[in-house]
Design a protein. Structure first.
Length: 281
């Protein structure tokens, strides 16, 4: 599970890698692609190879280079060898996901795949991308490259990415996987970050990527369960348990009949809150 927040960390930065264990991100994404120049790829791989085994954080992902490059296979082999929990696949296409999945399944079926959707074609092929492999556990939206591909000017308000966001969030929910929103690139604009995260959450995204550790507290707060909603979910589950003990198949709470979908949503909300330490029970 990627969670509420996923922090990108340059794989060529020893200081950031060493500090990463202290960052309050639900997941770490070590970047071998955009954050590393062509001449530093080998050195970054060596650095990451030595570091991943020492990082005890459960959710460790590696963004490999695109399959159109000469670097991706070495990135993939390193990720499998070093024990990463997942791979982020840039400029994802159905064929690329299938190709990586076949290699992963031959060597280690445990690692999950997170396609990075950052092209117009990727947005339109999102269903095929998700269905390319059972290893796909989530998708990540990359708005900067998407806007470049579309010939759009990226704005703080984000109207230019509204369609892509909605389509990706809906597809992820339809297939029961996580949808992680694009990073907010103005690292010092805390109000802008909060508004952007709230907009993504309102569309159905389950979390958001970050490029700076200072962004994590806001992102985690926005994508955490609302206290009132969480309390209501716990009440629904307790009422359901009491009804089951009394042999009742149907029950009401606060004068409202509670059906299976409502109970299901309550369970999902509570489970997610337990995973990220929002409640202890």
């Amino acid at each position: 599970m990627i969670g509420r927040s996923a922090l990108f960390i340059p794989a060529s930065s020893p200081s950031m890698i060493n500090a990463s264990i202290a960052f309050r991100a639900d997941s770490l994404i070590f970047d071998l692609e955009d954050a590393v120049s062509s001449g530093e790829k080998d050195a970054a791989r060596d650095l990451l190879d030595g570091a991943l085994g020492q990082i005890k954080k459960r959710n460790v992902f590696v963004r490999i280079n695109p399959l159109s490059s000469a670097f991706w296979r070495d990135d993939l082999d390193l990720s499998l060898k070093a024990g990463a929990q997942g791979l982020v696949l840039p400029k994802a296409a159905p064929g690329d996901v299938k190709r990586v999945a076949e290699i992963v399944e031959q060597k280690s079926g445990e690692i999950s795949l997170v396609p990075l959707i950052e092209t117009a074609r990727g947005v339109e092929e999102i269903t095929a991308i998700i269905q390319s492999s059972p290893l796909v556990s989530g998708i990540l939206f990359g708005a900067e490259d998407y806007c470049l591909d579309m010939g759009l000017r990226r704005t703080k308000e984000g109207r230019e990415i509204a369609y892509a966001r909605a389509r990706l969030a809906n597809a992820a929910r339809a297939y029961g996987i996580e949808a992680i929103d694009t990073p907010f690139t103005a690292a010092d604009d805390t109000e802008g970050l909060k508004e952007d995260a709230l907009a993504a959450k309102s569309l159905g995204f389950s979390g958001k990527a970050a490029i700076n550790p200072r962004q994590l507290d806001i992102i985690n707060s926005v994508f955490s369960a609302d206290k009132t909603e969480l309390e209501q979910a716990l009440r629904i589950i307790r009422a359901m348990e009491e009804a089951q003990q009394s042999g009742k198949g149907v029950f009401s709470l606060d004068g409202q009949m509670i059906d299976a979908p409502v109970v299901g949503r309550a369970r999902k909300l509570v489970k997610r809150a337990q995973i990220w330490g929002e409640i202890d029970c």
